[in-house]
Design a binder for this molecule. Structure first.
Ligand SMILES: [Zn+2]
Length: 410
């Protein structure tokens, strides 16, 4: 992590964020270790942590003594010291969750497909957020993070086709969300949010380098390298679903033929169910069993096998974590059907992790990741600079405002 403090006069809100973010990501951690990590003196770090403790963001944890002497007090976040909202918007549903500073899901709300009219959709998001905030009426809300299908800003792929929010181009998402909810808003692609959530709280915690294969409505994925989600030059890396792996195959809304996502995705399964049964109910089909699902697994497994080899040979991950919106029982069947996997560089003699790892988080993974986007956003030094010099004038900085006062904002 490259967070470094500053000794400049304007640096107080800036340093406060760096210290809190370091505690959040490295807890339990001692003051001396924080000072070493961020390049501030132990005295400066102690002043800041005292302030953060008074504000209820962090708490001390007595550690077991190592050797002689007084055991050092380590610091960790106070889970109820702050909250963020994770919002996940897809063409088939809207999910919202209230997440605490430790990443626990406190409450969640679910709605069906969002209104096609963005104005109505944002009104719905505002309503869902007000409803879920009522679960912790005195809680300090840091912000809201929204995850949505990508890519963004790509002419042939953005906002076209049934795996995207069709027709939503040209919307300034973050300002609209901020206006609808009264909270600092951050927007990201669902693939990145899911990978971030998994890296912070899920199966990915055990790995430094892993690939997250994300079954949303479509199919995406991203490499987490050295603990950082790789997003590419424009933030759109990860559209593995648009690899044209089936020559001369089905036409994709992106304009190419044979894209992986046309076969290996919830959308693909849904289309097959509809073709057979008219109105499809995926949940019922899974629960009761369906020949369409069996057939789809037979068709999709070889493509998953091809995707796995492609990912392994390109990125050399420790493992590929497979998760997202697809029900876990279905993912487990698909993964089992993809065995035996094809040969790749993953078959090395030092292998300890399985080549494929199922994520256990289900839909919560992306919601926790979306909330983490907001927490990291508000705690980023860049956000802190907005408040530089404001300290004497008032309480604009959301991380220093008392929880009860901020409540009125909604
Ligand atoms: Zn495509």
């Amino acid at each position: 992590m490259a967070l470094r403090g500053t000794n400049q006069e304007f640096g107080r809100p800036y340093n406060r964020r760096i210290v809190l973010e370091t505690i959040r990501l490295s807890a339990p951690v001692s003051r001396a270790d924080i000072a070493g990590k961020v390049g501030l003196t132990v005295q400066t770090v102690s002043n800041i942590t005292r302030e953060l403790e008074l504000q209820g963001f962090i708490r001390g944890i007595r550690q077991r003594a190592r050797g002689r002497g007084h055991p050092p007090t380590a610091l960790a976040v106070n889970p109820e010291g702050g909250f963020a909202i994770g919002l996940h918007v897809t063409p088939i549903g809207v999910d919202a969750a209230l997440i605490n500073l430790a990443g626990d899901v406190i409450a969640r709300r679910e709605r069906g497909a969002p209104p096609a009219d963005p104005k109505k959709a944002f009104a719905l998001f505002g309503e869902m957020v007000r409803d879920i905030r009522a679960v912790r009426p005195k809680g300090r809300m840091l912000g809201i993070g929204m995850a949505m299908p990508g890519p963004i800003g790509v002419e042939s792929m953005s906002f076209v086709g049934s795996t995207t929010l069709e027709g939503w181009q040209g919307i300034d998402f973050a300002p609209r969300l901020e206006a609808a909810t009264g909270l600092p808003a951050f927007v990201g692609i669902d693939i990145a949010a899911a990978a971030l959530g998994d890296q912070l709280y899920g199966a990915g915690r055990a790995y430094r380098d892993f690939y997250y294969l994300y079954f949303g409505v479509g199919l995406g994925g991203t490499m987490v390298h050295d603990g950082v989600v790789m997003r590419g030059a424009r933030g759109n890396a990860g559209e593995i679903g648009h690899l044209p792996l089936v020559p001369g195959g089905e036409l994709c809304p992106c304009g190419n033929r044979g894209c992986l996502e046309r076969y290996l995705s919830l959308d693909a399964l849904d289309r097959r169910l509809r073709r057979k049964n008219g109105r499809a109910d995926l949940r019922t089909a899974i629960d009761r069993g369906s020949p369409v699902i069996d057939q789809w697994i037979g068709e999709a497994a070889p493509l998953l096998r091809a995707a796995v080899v492609t990912i392994e040979n390109l990125f050399d991950p420790e493992t590929i974590v497979i998760g997202g919106m697809m029900p876990e029982s279905l993912l487990a069947r698909l993964v089992a059907a993809a065995e035996p996997l094809l040969h790749s560089i993953a078959e090395h003699d030092r292998r300890t992790a399985p080549r494929l790892t199922l994520a256990r988080e289900g839909k919560d993974g992306v919601l926790r990741g979306a909330a983490a986007l907001a927490v990291s956003g508000v705690l980023s030094p860049r956000f802190g600079l907005l408040f530089a010099g404001d300290e004497e004038r008032g309480e604009r900085d959301p991380i220093m405002s008392p929880a009860s006062k901020r409540e009125v904002a909604a």
